[in-house]
Design a protein around this ligand. Structure first.
Ligand code: ASP
Length: 321
């Protein structure tokens, strides 16, 4: 059975010197667990949609990442989450933004796609819909992590809006200490269909109802069987302006570029020229995988039906049997 699955847990990364062996093991374990869960589905005839949702749920449930449990704090000390999901065979999509308390935002995005006549719901309306379809809610305390609370206090003091930093004692302006902990997954299933999913808490200290790219179809998430499935991470404003996920797809569909070449143009040329740092994961109809970033690193992993598990954060090559 031919299938592929790839995931990310955000680009940027903490500095290498603070990425202790203990942290490395913790990150690698959960990335591997997410891949294995998705692979198990795919190997048993599950759909790409089911695989990307299952992988993202595992990352949302892990406090190491900025999505679901462990989402960053808003200026008001809350957690406002964005997510989206898309299937490539029928161009169906579901997205939610500015949502509080929903345990797994990606499940809500899928419910919007499958159980509403809409594509994009936000705020209290999206929360009402989550209750209607019976999704679990959690109190604010469930989403709390001390590191991210400390990040908020620092960002409030400096009056900045910050990408997720995992180290709170980071020297200011340390370029290696940036991390976008958004999570995402892309998959190709044995039926030849692709799907993509992305979930995030957004930016630390965000206010005014700020929404990033992760919930925007075409910007942070896109899937089309004619080209590829894409999930992005990075400073969302750049990814919205660059319509990044759709741009990768368009370069393949209309210009005939390969997956690798399309990702290279968008991430290492166009986005660099715009001044952004971040990355994306993408998969095409042949199961080719591209994990592309222009930041110091990206939490990432993939598995093809016929290859060993790959897990990495920085530029190292790590295949695990
Ligand atoms: N793209 C996300 C946003 O701007 C942040 C991230 O990737 O960590 O909301």
């Amino acid at each position: 059975m031919k299938y592929s699955i790839a995931i990310h847990g955000g680009a940027g990364t903490i500095s290498r010197r603070r990425f202790t062996p203990d942290k490395q093991i913790a990150y690698y374990q959960v990335l591997a667990q997410a891949i294995k869960t998705a692979e198990n589905l795919l190997a048993n005839g599950g759909t790409a949609l089911a695989a990307v949702e299952a992988a993202v749920i595992i990352l949302e449930d892990c406090p190491l990442f900025n999505a679901g449990k462990g989402a960053v704090f808003t200026n008001e000390g809350k957690h406002e989450m964005d997510a989206s999901i898309m299937t490539g065979h029928d161009l169906q999509a579901g997205a939610i933004a500015f949502v509080h308390g929903v345990r797994n935002p990606i499940r809500l995005a899928r419910a919007v796609m499958e159980q509403s006549e809409h594509v994009f719901l936000c705020g209290t309306g999206a929360e009402q819909f989550a209750r209607k379809v019976g999704l679990p809610f959690e109190p604010e305390s469930y989403f709390f992590t001390q590191d991210r609370y400390t990040q908020l206090l620092k960002a409030q003091k400096e009056d900045t809006i910050q990408l997720d930093h995992s180290e709170n004692d980071s020297p200011k302006n340390d370029p290696l200490d940036k991390k976008h902990g958004t999570v995402g997954a892309v998959a190709l299933d044995s039926y030849g269909n692709v799907a993509a999913a992305t979930s995030t808490g957004g930016l630390t200290n965000k206010k005014f109802g700020r929404i990033g790219d992760s919930s925007i179809i075409g910007a942070g998430t896109y899937a089309n069987n004619l080209s590829c499935a894409v999930s992005c991470t990075g400073y969302g404003e750049f990814y919205i302006r660059g319509v990044v996920a759709y741009d990768v797809s368009c370069l393949m569909e209309y210009k005939g570029l390969s997956l690798d070449d399309a990702c290279q143009v968008v991430i290492n040329d166009k986005q660099v020229k715009m001044g952004s740092d971040g990355g994306l994961i993408a998969i095409d109809g042949q199961g080719n995988v591209c994990l592309s970033y222009n930041s110091e690193g990206m939490y990432r992993a993939y598995k093809r039906h016929n290859s060993p598990l790959f897990v990495a954060v920085f530029d190292e090559e790590l295949h695990i049997d």
